[in-house]
Design a binder for this molecule. Structure first.
Ligand code: TXA
Ligand code: MG
Length: 324
């Protein structure tokens, strides 16, 4: 396995060669790292599912290199989508649209729709533009685990299973893209992410949380996604920590030192953007320590806090599934 500097043209060349051959390459985006393959090559896509141990019913996001590539892969594009694309692309907004036949069914897990985004990370864009095909990519973590925000995370998670990781530094947002769909002129949020609800509402569009009835459509919506290996408990303050053989992830600097053995603070001043950047990276670090439990301080559910809490709630549910 090679880790190459993604800003070097020779690294992009090598990655493109692998993608053309139908291989999988890990690459940086502004949200988290992705495991990419040529979106038009179903055999290459199948490799992603194998490497990730991801169920085949979980659709992938298709990453494009230019805004107008969307006309090649999506059917009807409602005016709301066009406005959001103008405002947020390139960037961390995934839009679910009707797919054209050119997108293989394995990409969308048989759904008639496809999630599309144009990333803003320069390395991701170079890679996709040089391939000159869209790149389907899930986050570069084993299924159900937390998303990597550094090349080193990916290397640890997939040692020996990947030929090439493009290193593009730490992901600027540190949390996955926001996923939306559009129906009858309304924007429905499927997954809270790097573009917060307030920002979406600021566009003047009608924004709604998607109500979840019955079985979920995709595992990103499973109640126990994004989890560390160790049990995780959400607490209101470090005073609730019950054992010192634990880790503590705080939102901002606590008044007193927590009794936990390992402590990380997302943002000394409680800045949401800084907290999101450190979020997965600190959780992955704490998950490596030999402790019984990871305590995480509740994050105010405003702005990016909503996306972080969505992931924490799912992770704490998984702990319950394991211990049951
Ligand atoms: O920031 C991100 O979105 C990262 C980077 C690499 O772009 N990617 C990412 O992909 O988080 P992934 O596969 O880990 O999560 C994508 C989620 C799926 O779990 C699924 O829930 C949802 O997107 N999704 C994709 N296509 C969909 C569709 N057609 N309908 C409903 N949900 C869809
Ligand atoms: Mg993921």
């Amino acid at each position: 396995m090679e880790i190459l500097n993604g800003f070097e043209p020779s690294s992009i060349e090598k990655a493109v060669e692998l993608l053309r051959r139908g291989d999988v390459v890990a690459f940086p985006t502004e949200t988290v790292y992705g495991l990419g393959a040529d979106a038009f090559n179903p055999y290459a896509i199948a490799k992603i599912f194998e490497i990730k141990k991801r169920p085949r019913f979980d659709p992938l996001i298709v990453h494009i290199g230019e805004k107008d590539w969307i006309f090649n892969i999506a059917g009807h594009i409602p005016p709301e989508a066009e406005r959001l694309i103008d405002r947020f692309w390139p960037g961390p907004l995934t839009i679910i649209l009707h797919k054209k036949d050119i997108i293989p069914d394995i990409v969308t897990a048989g759904l008639p729709t496809v999630g599309i985004r144009m990333p803003s990370h320069p390395v991701a864009l170079e890679l996709i533009k040089n391939l000159n095909n869209p790149v389907a990519a899930p986050s570069a973590n084993p299924f159900g685990y937390m998303s990597p925000t550094k090349a080193g995370h990916v290397a640890n998670m997939f040692r020996g299973k990947l030929e090439l990781i493009l290193d593009g530094g730490s992901s600027a947002f540190g949390i996955e893209s926001t996923i939306i769909s559009i129906q009858d002129g309304k924007i429905y949020i499927h997954r809270h992410g790097a573009i917060c609800m307030e920002e979406l509402a600021g566009t003047g569009e009608v924004i709604q949380e998607r109500e979840k009835h019955g079985p979920c459509e995709a595992p990103g919506e499973l109640p126990y996604h994004y989890a560390p290996h160790r049990p995780l408990k959400i607490v209101s303050s470090p005073a609730e920590i019950e054992t010192s053989t634990s880790s503590f992830l705080g939102f901002k600097t606590p008044e007193r030192n927590p009794i936990a053995k390992y402590v990380r603070i997302l943002s000394q001043k409680g800045d949401m953007r800084e907290a999101a950047t450190n979020f997965f990276s600190y959780l992955i670090e704490l998950d490596r320590e030999d402790v019984d439990i990871i305590y995480v301080e509740k994050i105010p559910e405003i702005g990016l806090g909503k996306a972080m809490m969505e992931r924490l709630k799912k992770a704490s549910k998984k702990s319950r599934y394991i211990t049951r």
